[in-house]
Design a protein around this ligand. Structure first.
Ligand code: CP
Length: 301
């Protein structure tokens, strides 16, 4: 295992499965998480230069559950606001004794930082539109939890795929497994990266895409990443791309519906979010378990 987790491609299929199995050990039967004082001498910094609820909080809870000290670094009230670069910022944290940095950043800076600071362990907490490896581990874990395995599944991803680091890391991660089909669905202006049949099938019609689906992953429109104003009639968009109960009925009876969050109720209806098919809250909880497994593995190596 390399010193840092920068991309899901850093992990072999066996390492992915081992991390998912390891994560299960941190969950109690009642859904709570084990608290084990395994790393009392380690310090984790959560450096988030973009907003986050799930990733930031779950890394913090995970690190505390493992006995680490945690710095909840707030970029907006740091010296980054005074013009300091991310390199000097993280170098300063390293000099203060931080062992592992969870970094969320709008740009691709994590690889250079990882080379520049050989003593610091980095875990990618979200890199622009490029990657979000721990979310991919959560999503694979949630599918395996609910379906037993990934083999033979029909998987659909619908929404703003072009801006979605969740999609790119999921596609990289799932390429290790023998699923039956992977279908990309969404407005043509949001799916231009997913037209290559080598990746999967692009089906712009959601009613057709969900036929026989075992897993449907829904994604919000990432308004914050559009460089030009999005000229889109939201009613038309919802009509075409909202996952509704009627559409879920077209999928397999035991289909699971996923969403990495945050949910906007444009891409998915409230009734689907709350339905028995939805495992979205399960994904959030798996976030703590996966991040405990990732932190424990990388702090030990
Ligand atoms: N899924 C995800 O990364 O959520 P947050 O932006 O809330 O961390």
């Amino acid at each position: 295992m390399s010193k840092s987790l920068l991309s899901i491609n850093d992990l072999s299929k066996q390492e992915i499965l081992d991390l998912i199995e390891f994560a299960k050990n941190f969950k109690n039967d009642d859904g709570s998480f084990k608290k084990e004082n395994l790393f009392p001498d380690k310090t984790v910094a959560n450096v988030f230069c973009e907003p986050s609820t799930r990733t930031k909080s779950s890394f913090e809870i995970a690190a505390k559950n493992l006995g680490c000290s945690v710095i909840g670094f707030d970029a907006s009230s740091s010296s980054i606001e005074k013009g300091e670069s991310i390199y000097e910022t993280i170098d300063a944290l390293g000099l203060m004794g931080v062992d592992l940095c969870v970094l969320r950043h709008p740009e691709s800076v994590i690889r250079e930082l990882n080379e520049y600071m050989p003593e610091m362990i980095f875990v990618n907490g979200g890199e622009g539109s490029i990657s979000h490896p721990t979310q991919a581990l959560i999503d694979l874990m949630t599918i395996i939890d609910n379906k037993g395995s990934i083999d033979d599944l029909n998987i659909v991803i619908v929404g703003d795929l072009d801006h979605s680091r969740v999609t790119s890391s999921f596609v990289e991660g799932i390429s290790n497994f023998s699923f039956n089909s992977l279908t990309f669905c969404g407005h043509p202006s949001m799916c231009s990266k997913y037209l290559d049949p080598a990746l999967g099938k692009y089906e712009p019609d959601l009613d057709l895409a969900v036929q026989d689906a075992d897993v449907i992953i829904t994604l919000r429109i990432q308004y914050e990443r559009f460089e030009e104003e999005l000229n889109l009639d939201l009613d038309d968009y919802k009509h075409a791309y909202e996952l509704t109960s009627e559409r879920v009925e077209q999928a397999r009876g035991d289909v699971i519906v996923m969403h990495p969050g945050p949910v906007n109720y444009i891409e998915i209806s409230e009734s689907v979010y709350q339905s028995d098919n939805s495992v979205i809250r399960n994904q959030v909880a798996n976030g703590v378990a996966i991040r405990m497994a990732v932190l424990a593995r990388y702090l030990s190596s």
